[in-house]
Design a protein around this ligand. Structure first.
Ligand SMILES: C[S@@+](CC[C@H](N)C(=O)[O-])C[C@H]1O[C@@H](n2cnc3c(N)ncnc32)[C@H](O)[C@@H]1O
Ligand SMILES: Nc1nc2[nH]cc(C(=O)O)c2c(=O)[nH]1
Ligand code: SF4
Ligand SMILES: [Mg+2]
Length: 181
């Protein structure tokens, strides 16, 4: 059983797959307490993998995004295998502090200041930019490196930083701009 905060259908609002329709499975709870966190994730109900699958499969899209809270605290090979069996493409949004099932198709790692990384593989790095030194994150092995304004508030600052550090790309949280979940 896994504690689920919400399951909803929307468009990926951030990062590499922005604009892609996806079912979001938001797991409950987190091992970090980022003061800027934009998500209420504490509440939740215990669900079996079968119950999660049943809800996910109500929607026609292929992409499933495991998020939270910190999904790495809950996700296992069994759930990923069940999603694969149902034909799904499995993405995860993680703070990178947990070892993840290797079978996940796409790993978005959003490292947080002072939190050691245990994740073994990532496809994209996506850092919430608050003016911190983000240059060490370019040493992580990934195919894209995104900076994301914090709550859409410091977009101009992020744009200026990227113009002088062009290894980075801008990730806007488009769901907040167009007011969808
Ligand atoms: C709510 S977190 C859940 C997944 C995981 N705990 C993590 O931090 O990656 C999903 C994404 O939202 C980002 N995020 C959280 N609060 C934010 C904020 N106020 N503004 C912009 N991005 C934020 C996180 O860095 C992460 O990339
Ligand atoms: N539309 C939309 N896209 C997202 N991408 C990552 C999200 C998250 O909270 O993990 C998120 C979210 O909450 N909504
Ligand atoms: S790691 Fe993610 S879910 Fe946890 S507090 Fe930070 S932003 Fe929120
Ligand atoms: Mg979100």
């Amino acid at each position: 059983m896994k504690k689920i905060n919400e399951i909803f259908y929307s468009l990926q609002g951030e990062g590499f797959h922005v604009g892609t329709p996806a079912v979001f499975v938001r797991f409950s709870g987190c091992n970090l307490k980022c003061e800027f966190c934009d998500t209420r994730h504490k509440e939740g109900v215990m669900m079996s993998d079968e119950e999660i699958l049943e809800q996910v499969c109500q929607y026609p899209c292929k992409t499933v995004i495991l998020t939270g809270g910190e999904p790495g605290l809950w996700v296992d090979e069994d759930l990923v295998a069940a999603l694969h069996k149902a034909g799904k493409y499995v993405c995860i949004e993680t703070n990178g502090t947990c070892v993840l099932p290797e079978s996940i198709d796409w790993v978005t790692c959003s490292p947080k200041l002072g939190a050691s990384l245990r994740v073994r593989r990532m496809d994209e790095v996506k850092v919430v930019f608050l003016g911190q030194d983000v240059s060490p994150y370019l040493q992580l092995k990934a195919s894209s490196y995104f900076l994301q304004p914090c709550s859409c508030r410091n977009t101009a600052e992020v744009i200026e930083y990227i113009k002088s550090h062009p290894q980075w790309r801008l990730s806007l949280q488009i769901h907040k701009l167009i007011d969808i979940p």
